[in-house]
Ligand binder design. Structure first.
Ligand code: HEC
Length: 128
């Protein structure tokens, strides 16, 4: 009984630890952010308007969830992987799968390369 309790506690600690550092599934394994770079923010904003704004606004829900404050809710790696590998994320990442189950619409891949996704991320960092 006691052993079982210890095991359960460890499992809970392990699971909650993982979800805090959830980096998602995809090409981006590790990304460290520094000061916001305003030059790439401007480029990211244009990309966001072209590639994302049909489904996402910052403050209201369209097809996708509002993205204001997303960089506080998710790790940079997770956000990048959602942009670059939405299919894989919905299939293999618990949080993305749950979102998909809630919205019932699949986020489609936007044919971004990693550099473009990084610019959009920089823009999203300014929209907190
Ligand atoms: C065709 C509509 C569509 C487009 C275009 C789209 N998304 Fe999404 N996005 C969704 C949906 C729907 C979800 C919820 C997950 C799902 O159902 O696939 C989502 C989820 C997300 C999430 C997770 C949000 C959260 O609350 O955790 C992020 C981040 C995201 N999208 C970023 C982007 C970015 C950045 C772009 C532009 C490169 C983009 N999306 C383009 C529909 C879209």
């Amino acid at each position: 009984m006691r052993t079982a309790l210890i095991l359960i506690t460890l499992a809970i600690l392990f699971i909650s630890g993982c979800s805090k550092e959830d980096r998602g599934v995809g090409p981006v394994k590790e990304l460290s952010l520094s000061e916001i770079d305003n030059n790439i923010v401007a480029e990211g904003k244009v990309l966001f308007e072209n590639k994302c704004s049909t489904c996402h606004r910052l403050d209201v829900k369209l097809v996708g969830t509002p993205l204001c404050g997303i960089t506080r809710r998710r790790t940079p790696e997770w956000i990048m992987n959602m942009m670059l590998n939405p299919d894989g994320m919905i299939k293999e990442n618990k949080a993305a799968k749950e979102l998909f189950e809630k919205t019932g619409v699949r986020m489609s891949p936007q044919n971004l390369d990693e550099k473009q996704a990084r610019k959009i991320l920089e823009y999203l960092r300014t929209e907190n």
